[in-house]
Design a protein around this ligand. Structure first.
Ligand code: SAH
Length: 474
């Protein structure tokens, strides 16, 4: 069930609650808090509602449900313990195109009432589409503890100053910087200390000082291999403060979804084939956006300094006087190894690990095959899936045993992760048999054999089907 979230202004508007037990009473309380004019329809009022009716905070319509009760209502809540009555309310409301909530019945409800964290006027609402109310409750507990109790006071204060803030800081980017400073600064501190007058004075002061110079800067951020849980807290913060995000195609949609919604997203990605932006054009974009005073995030898959050309971009920025920061990310070798259950080093099998790139034919010619073929070391090879045959031949020719285990990890850390295992002599055939695609990382070395026993993420490793012919078998 995919729901459209919205917040309803019920102040002064008639709302009907059918039923008058404890559940109904809780809904009535929430509706009254929002200022609704509540009518309760039921044969008798339960304990909790008697007093509200006596003090005329709710109107009571006595008797069994009748369709006429719906006349003039903006919303109806069916909260009886009688299924047939709840059904009738939902059905009649549907005919009238009137939104109805049936308590604890997602199927019959045309609106759901979410779990809320109330920092009015700030409200966070949580829905699981009716699938798991317990989960919503848990999330609510966690968020309650995360969200500052003074958020509401801050929002109220900002609302009062809104016009002045806009007048003082007309440029949206400058305004955003100012707000960021506000959340972390003395205004919030005074609100936390329950000193609203001092908070207001501090706010006034920040508006009197000259508008801060908007200085553009670039943050080079590692987005990790795909699983958004592998982002660092610093990366998350940079993504949420960005005006512009220049990202590679390799960056997962789940990671991009965590970034500021109204940032400008520019894909400059290269990922094996397809259209890509030249490094020269990327440099020009970085410079133009930073010079315009924007906060630019240059977001790269994995770590920006591992086969990511991050160094070249920083050299360029330094030469042009643009300030920058670097936030490291989890590189594909570390993530793929972890998610495939392959320890890159192991006292019994490998004392060193080498990160190697083999993206094009040229790189094959410049690699030192003799040292790559050494035993008791692990190779983590970043590469396209073409060239596996040449790689196998060169390594075996330079002395690596044909029986050396490999694990080829496709889409490491993502939901679609696949791991293909085998021995070096079978490498290209195994990759072909399972049509391994990009991005994929090859782990070669004795440790790769552990993937079978230690795997924990996704499906178990795939091996070469028996009937595939192996021209190169040693
Ligand atoms: N800076 C990146 C590497 C860029 S080179 C990093 O630190 O990870 C691109 C290569 O990285 C791909 O060809 C592939 O070999 C590897 N790669 C990146 N993400 C991957 C993933 N999720 N699963 C498997 N390999 C990945």
């Amino acid at each position: 069930m995919k729901l459209f979230p919205l917040f309803a202004d019920l102040a002064g508007r008639p709302v009907l609650v059918v039923g008058a037990g404890d559940v109904a009473a809780r809904k009535v309380a929430a509706l009254l808090a929002a200022g609704a004019r509540v009518t309760v329809g039921a044969p008798r009022l339960g304990q909790a509602l008697v007093e509200l009716a006596a003090t005329r905070r709710v109107r009571h319509v006595e008797g069994d449900y009748r369709e006429g009760w719906l006349d003039g209502q903006w919303l109806v809540v069916a909260a009886t313990s009688d299924r047939a009555t709840n059904d009738a309310v939902a059905r009649d409301a549907g005919h009238r195109r009137l939104f109805a909530n049936v308590v604890d019945d997602a199927q019959r409800s045309s609106v759901h009432i979410p779990a809320v964290i109330d920092r009015s006027p700030v409200i966070v609402a949580i829905s699981t589409g009716g699938s798991a109310p317990m989960l919503a409750r848990r999330l609510r507990e966690r968020l309650e503890s995360l969200l500052d109790p003074e958020l509401g006071a801050l929002a109220t204060l900002l609302e009062r100053f809104r016009t002045r803030i806009r007048a003082r800081l007309p440029a949206p980017a400058a305004r955003r910087h100012w707000y960021d400073a506000l959340f972390d600064g003395s205004v919030m501190a005074f609100l936390r200390a329950r000193q609203p007058a001092l908070a207001e004075a501090a706010l006034e002061a920040t508006l009197r000082t000259p508008a801060p110079l908007t200085e553009g800067r670039v943050v080079l951020v590692g987005a990790g291999p795909g699983d958004p849980g592998l982002l660092t807290l610093k990366a998350l913060r940079a993504l949420n403060q960005a005006d512009v995000i220049l990202h590679d195609r390799l960056v997962s949609t789940e990671v991009l979804a965590l970034a500021r919604r109204d940032a400008q997203f520019i894909e400059v990605g290269k990922s094996g084939g397809g259209r890509s932006t030249s490094q020269h054009a990327i440099h020009a974009l970085l410079l133009a956006h930073a010079r315009a005073g924007r906060r630019v995030v240059r977001l790269k898959g994995g770590d920006p300094f591992v086969f990511g050309r991050g160094g070249e971009e920083l050299e360029y920025l330094r030469a042009h006087g643009i300030p920058y920061e670097v936030v490291p990310g989890i590189t594909a070798a570390l993530a793929c190894a972890a998610y495939a259950g392959v320890p890159l080093t192991h006292r019994d099998h490998a004392q060193s690990v080498r990160f190697v790139t083999a993206h094009c034919r040229d790189s094959f010619d410049t690699l030192d095959w003799r040292t790559l073929a050494r035993e008791r070391q692990t190779l983590a090879i970043y590469m396209g899936v073409t060239g596996l045959g040449t790689l196998r031949d060169k390594l075996i020719a330079h002395g690596r045993a044909a029986a050396t285990p490999f694990a080829l990890v496709e889409n490491g850390s993502r939901a679609s992760q696949r791991v293909v295992t085998g021995t070096l002599d079978q490498l290209p055939e195994a990759a072909n048999a399972h049509t391994v695609g990009s991005p994929a990382l090859l782990i070669l070395g004795e440790v790769a054999a552990l993937a079978g026993a230690l795997h924990w993420h996704g499906a178990p490793p795939l091996a070469l089907p028996r009937d595939v012919s192996m021209p190169h078998a040693a």
